[in-house]
Design a binder for this molecule. Structure first.
Ligand code: SF4
Length: 624
């Protein structure tokens, strides 16, 4: 295939408002490694979003079964009745999903997809690559099938986070239209595949490539991977194709996209669990693509952001890292803040992130962030191997409230093996979390490759298997033979559903009350204080009731401010040696009783935030 261009495609349903960082990075890497090579990055999902309407697209893209249903109906029209039922079932209760007629939606997307496929001369390409992340399996399979009918001899390669190592060989066997699958990170294997194909007359002739599974030479061996040692070798992503496509839209359909930027790959939280096998969070399968953790130098990240936002005249940037690197992040946010530009940034962090980093983020332009809180029971957090406690989770929720950072976090319900005590602890903590932005209650789902999936018996599961919805969407060979990203299990699901019902209800109340109090004309914090320097006035707003005020004078004020971060009783007594232990304890007990402070395992956290944060620095000063 010498000199032939390469097509890289991303099909529905990634976020339409962001160019694909996967395509953009692969494209720039291929062009760096193969000077002169033409790479067309085709963001078909953006065209699809414009065709069905951004609101509808967004609603569908948020739920896997909605998203996978649409193209499954196009792939297997004989199954449409069952698929339609699944679609409507999955749409129930989604606040973000407008009412749509499934048949009309499928017809519309089918017409737009076929029009797109017919508009391109696929035979001119030397290789067509698909990036497959969550929600993109059936749409990718549809495009491959249709493209292969017009260009059967052009090799097709797929890769991406949806494809765990164990899935690739069975996928290639069940769908022989796919020539190659990439295991792990894509850049190096794809580049070598391009080279191999340039030197071969047939895809079947190329020599084995580490990280590439070939459908032409099946192997029972698990595929090895090949990844970059240093992310400094990555050129900046090339988003031009996405912006050129957006330019072709009518003015009413254009918008200012958010650019995806990587600081790192993988996750640095890989601590071994104390009582179960596996490392990292027990439910997590986000890092199957990578081995270890790598991060870019701060200068590289800042340069990319400055150049890309300037080039595309946009100021919204999302760090696509599963977990931003603490060391690199601080100088990145400092430099971005110094630029004086009004960036709007998004990132994902762990609950243990320290205050000074949150302040730097805020100054740089972080408005929204996702925090891996997941639970408000310390016992359950240990089962999840989060390496964090409930009091630390409440602390970061409080910090976000104080710094006005919009924190979207999940509260996992029904984790296998969670017991009554976990639920009780959660309900107890929720009483204290009410002044802070509510979390989203999400049912536990089993991800392929996660520690729970790898060691099911350790978590009380009797069996793990593909989620039964796959049998509705795919033919039985595919649903049975290919291990797919969303799994199901036999275990304690029914018990868990019942057990976590009160939590689900309490979270719904929390959301309602928070919205009523913070989104009203008086949007003051729900629990705040004003400092009179030797006394403190705490104001506690309540739903459907008058606010209560509390005054803390002298030592009480000092102790309350000292506990702005979790403090052990020992530390409190050490800090205030002249105070009687009994008095300190009864003061703290009173604060906890009034829901002005949270306590667990003899640690205390005050919950009120400054009403007028003139400075984000600590208000506490040691007593003389
Ligand atoms: S959930 Fe986040 S912190 Fe936990 S292992 Fe996954 S990426 Fe890492």
């Amino acid at each position: 295939m010498p000199d032939k261009p390469i097509a890289l495609i991303s099909t529905p349903w990634p976020l339409y408002s962001r160019p694909s960082v996967q395509l953009a990075t692969l494209k720039s890497f291929l062009q760096q490694e193969h000077p002169g090579l033409v790479v067309d990055a085709r963001h078909f999902y953006l065209s699809a979003a414009a065709a069905v309407g951004y609101r509808t697209y967004h609603g569908i893209s948020k739920r896997t079964w909605l998203a996978e249903s649409v193209y499954a109906a196009m792939l297997y029209p004989e199954r449409i009745d069952e698929i339609r039922k699944l679609f409507y079932r999955s749409a129930k209760g989604s606040a973000e999903m407008p009412k749509v007629d499934f048949t009309r939606l499928v017809d519309r997307l089918s017409a737009v997809s076929d029009q797109f496929i017919a508009s391109i001369a696929w035979k001119r390409y030397g290789l067509i690559g698909f990036s497959v992340c969550l929600c993109q399996l059936t749409s990718t399979l549809y495009f491959i099938r249709r493209i292969k009918t017009t260009a059967p001899s052009v090799p097709v390669v797929i890769g991406g986070s949806f494809l765990a190592g164990e899935s690739i060989s069975p996928l290639l066997q069940v769908f022989p239209q796919i020539d190659f699958g990439i295991h792990g990170e894509g850049e190096r294997p794809l580049s070598r595949l391009v080279k191999g194909l340039q030197n071969a007359s047939q895809p079947a002739e190329i020599d084995p490539i580490v990280g590439v599974v070939s459908g032409h030479t099946p192997s029972a061996q698990p595929a090895a991977r090949s990844q970059l040692e240093d992310l400094a070798d990555l050129p900046p992503p090339d988003f031009d194709d996405y912006f050129q496509l957006l330019e072709t839209f009518a003015p009413a359909q254009r918008f200012f996209p958010t650019l995806g930027v990587e600081m790192s790959r993988g996750c640095w939280w890989q601590k071994a669990a104390a009582n179960t096998p596996g490392t990292g969070c027990a439910f997590c399968n986000l890092n199957l693509q990578w081995e270890g953790y790598r991060s870019k130098q701060p200068q590289q990240v800042v340069r990319e952001i400055e150049d890309l936002t300037q080039r595309h005249q946009t100021l919204s940037v999302a760090f696509v890292d599963n977990l931003i690197p603490l060391k690199t992040a601080a100088p990145v946010f400092e430099q971005l803040a110094r630029s004086g530009k009004d960036y709007r940034l998004f990132c994902e962090i762990r609950a243990g992130t320290y205050r000074s980093l949150l302040e730097k983020m805020k100054r740089a332009g972080v408005i929204d962030l996702q925090i891996g809180i997941e639970a408000l029971s310390t016992r359950l957090l240990a089962k999840l191997n989060k390496g964090i406690t409930a009091i630390e989770n409440l602390q970061i929720m409080k910090l976000c409230e104080e710094l006005d950072l919009v924190n979207s976090s999940n509260l996992i319900l029904g984790f296998p093996g969670s017991d009554r005590q976990d639920v009780e602890e959660t309900l107890h903590s929720l009483e204290y979390a009410l002044p802070f932005r509510p979390m989203r209650a999400v049912e536990f789902w089993l991800g392929l490759g996660s520690p729970v999936w790898r060691y099911p018996n350790s978590f009380g599961l009797q069996a793990v298997f593909n989620h039964p919805n796959w049998s509705i969407l795919l033919p039985s060979a595919a649903a049975k033979q290919i291990p797919l990203m969303i799994q199901a299990y036999r275990g304690d699901r029914t018990i868990q559903k019942k057990r976590w019902k009160p939590v689900r209800k309490k979270v719904a109340e929390w959301k309602k009350n928070y919205e009523a109090l913070r989104c009203s004309s008086n949007a003051a914090p729900i629990l705040s204080y004003r400092d009179g320097k030797d006394f403190l006035i705490i104001r506690q707003r309540r739903p459907n009731a008058e606010p209560i005020s509390h005054r803390l004078v002298g030592a009480s004020r000092q102790i309350y401010l000292f506990c702005e971060q979790p403090r052990s009783l020992v530390d409190i007594l050490k800090e205030f040696p002249s105070f009687d232990e009994g008095q300190v304890r009864s003061f703290l007990a009173m604060m906890v009783d009034k829901k002005l402070a949270f306590s667990e395992h003899r640690h205390y956290l005050s919950l009120a935030i400054p009403a007028h944060p003139s400075s984000t620095a600590s208000r506490y000063h040691s007593p003389d």
